[in-house]
Design a protein around this ligand. Structure first.
Ligand code: 5RP
Length: 265
């Protein structure tokens, strides 16, 4: 691996081999979703607990301070919306020159395996890898399921992650599921866990993140369960302890409660 690729990966994956990515890219298909109306405001208090931000170029330019920013993973796929015909109908939205101009540490795009747009989105990935490898920019593949959340099982996700890795993704982002080791064991590149819609309790979030990390994930790319929570700082701090200090779910819950009570005083 060349120096540039190694250096960019080291910017987003910390020296302990773990990472906490903060995604605020949801607007690219959801519009101003709840608590992400003003992304710059949303991340202000939680950014210090994250290792990298996952954003589109629009939000990056308009809401993120270039003088004081975390490493950036640039969302470079899109072209469909939650009210449109099919969320899977994505193309690459951003040129390699733009990614270089924005000095990003990595780029990310979605693949929709098993859909009508499987071939199109996998070729998006392959073409992006072809361009990005020339310049030492890591590609993170996002195994997306659109509105079909029931697809998130080990059989389907292990297929998706393996295919993304085979096509050259340096990191794969996927959902946590039961028997998550089946997913990590079949994927030769690091896996980060996506959050998904907001869970009912904090412990549920800490449980699945902890389980996923025990079973081989290197970290998370988790947004709504942090910034849609009434106590985002407490959530971010507790999750950071699971990811970087190997805190068990109950310890993370203590950290969460401590921080929540501090904020009340
Ligand atoms: C959606 C994404 C998000 O980055 C991903 O879903 C993680 O966010 P959340 O934890 O809110 O699901 O790829 O565009």
């Amino acid at each position: 691996m060349d120096w540039g690729m190694k250096n960019r990966l080291a910017q987003i994956i910390k020296s302990d081999g773990k990472c906490f990515f903060m995604p605020v890219d949801h607007g690219y298909f959801l519009g101003p979703t709840s608590r992400l109306e003003k992304p710059g405001e949303t991340i202000k208090s939680i950014v210090r607990y994250s290792d990298a931000l996952f954003v589109t170029r629009g939000v990056l330019r308009s809401c993120i301070d270039p003088d004081n920013s975390l490493p950036i993973i640039l969302r470079v796929s899109g072209g469909s919306s939650v009210i449109g015909k099919d969320l899977a109908n994505e193309s690459i939205t951003t040129s390699i020159e733009e990614a270089i101009r924005l000095n990003v540490s990595a780029v990310g795009l979605s693949v929709f395996i098993g859909t009508e747009y499987e071939h199109q989105t996998l070729m998006n990935l392959a073409n992006l890898v072809n361009e990005c490898e020339k310049y030492g920019i890591p590609v993170m593949a996002v195994t997306a399921v659109g509105k079909e959340l029931e697809k998130r099982d080990a059989r389907y996700l292990s297929l998706c992650c393996r295919i993304a890795a085979e096509l050259g993704a340096r990191v794969v982002k996927t959902y946590w599921c039961e028997n998550f080791d089946k997913v990590t064991n079949g994927c030769p590149v690091p896996i980060v866990i996506a959050g998904g819609p907001k869970c009912d309790t904090e412990l549920q979030v800490f449980d699945f993140v902890y389980d996923g990390m025990q079973k081989g994930a290197i970290g998370v790319n988790l947004g709504r369960n942090v910034w849609q929570h009434p106590h985002p700082v407490a959530m971010a701090k507790a999750l950071r302890s699971v990811i970087h200090q190997k805190a068990a779910p109950k310890e993370a819950l203590e950290i969460f409660n401590e921080e929540k009570n501090k904020a009340k005083k």
